[in-house]
Design a binder for this molecule. Structure first.
Ligand code: ADP
Ligand code: MG
Length: 224
């Protein structure tokens, strides 16, 4: 079953007389439980595509279906709720709250959604990401790789069906990058989630089940 589908998806930006086709007629599908890497040079449209897939930015034309639901038919406020419940986001910067410890950072999205924190699940999640012994630590007491693992735990804490990551290892050295992607991959498989990451690191892309190659907003190749 396809968890994600885009249909003739377009995002155009006009700067006066010129139009930038950031995402240009993209049709793609991602199966439930699959790990897909989006690769392409800088400016090829990767972030724009991920934002559209994640319901963060409305397309110029075309559709995004998540779990069969045409997300851009929703009003902004309904889309915001859908996004919070269904999608987990990870970015290059960890965006942890400096005054909250690891446990508090990870459980914050659950608290903000007014839900009860399942302590057993969060403990398992922190253990899976190898940061359980850091649960009382503040972000500035952690290495970059550890901070990104906390950000991953926060993204997975709400049990989203799909996890989207934009250059999640952009601030990490290559050895730490591989460790982090390995743990991320292991975690999403364990919790039966779908994962889409952007990377320009070919070695990391090869760890995915499938690769989407973008060039000038278009998909050049859908490979293994
Ligand atoms: P990537 O993530 O692959 O580096 P982006 O999706 O960020 O690429 O950008 C794709 C193209 O769209 C680039 O040419 C970029 O300059 C342009 N672009 C992205 N966001 C905007 C925006 N808000 N306004 C105008 N142009 C944009
Ligand atoms: Mg980008």
């Amino acid at each position: 079953m396809n968890i994600l589908e885009t249909k003739a998806l377009k995002k155009y930006y006009s700067n006066g007389a010129t139009t930038v086709k950031a995402v240009d007629n993209v049709d793609c599908t991602v199966r439930e439980g699959e790990f897909v890497a989006i690769v392409g040079t800088s400016g090829s449209g990767k972030s724009t595509l991920l934002h559209l897939i994640g319901g963060l930015d409305r397309p110029t034309e075309g559709k995004v279906l998540i779990d069969g639901k045409d997300i851009y038919t929703m009003k902004d406020e309904n889309l915001a709720v859908f996004r919070r419940r269904k999608i987990g986001f990870i970015f290059q910067s960890y965006n942890l709250i400096p005054v909250l410890n690891v446990w508090e950072n990870v459980t914050l999205p659950i608290e903000l959604d007014g839900k009860r924190v399942d302590e057993e699940f969060i403990t398992d999640l922190l253990k899976t990401l190898n940061i359980l012994d850091k649960k009382k630590s503040l972000p500035n007491q952690l290495s970059g790789g550890q901070q990104q693992r906390v950000a991953i735990a926060r993204a997975l804490a709400t049990r989203p069906s799909i996890v989207l990551a934009d250059e999640p290892t952009g601030n990490l050295d290559s050895k730490t990058s591989i460790e982090v992607i390995n743990l991320l991959r292991y975690s999403v498989k364990k919790y039966h989630q779908t994962l889409v990451i952007i990377t320009h690191d070919e070695k990391l892309a090869q760890m995915a089940d499938g690769i989407l190659r973008l060039e000038d907003g278009r998909i050049m190749e859908r490979g293994e």
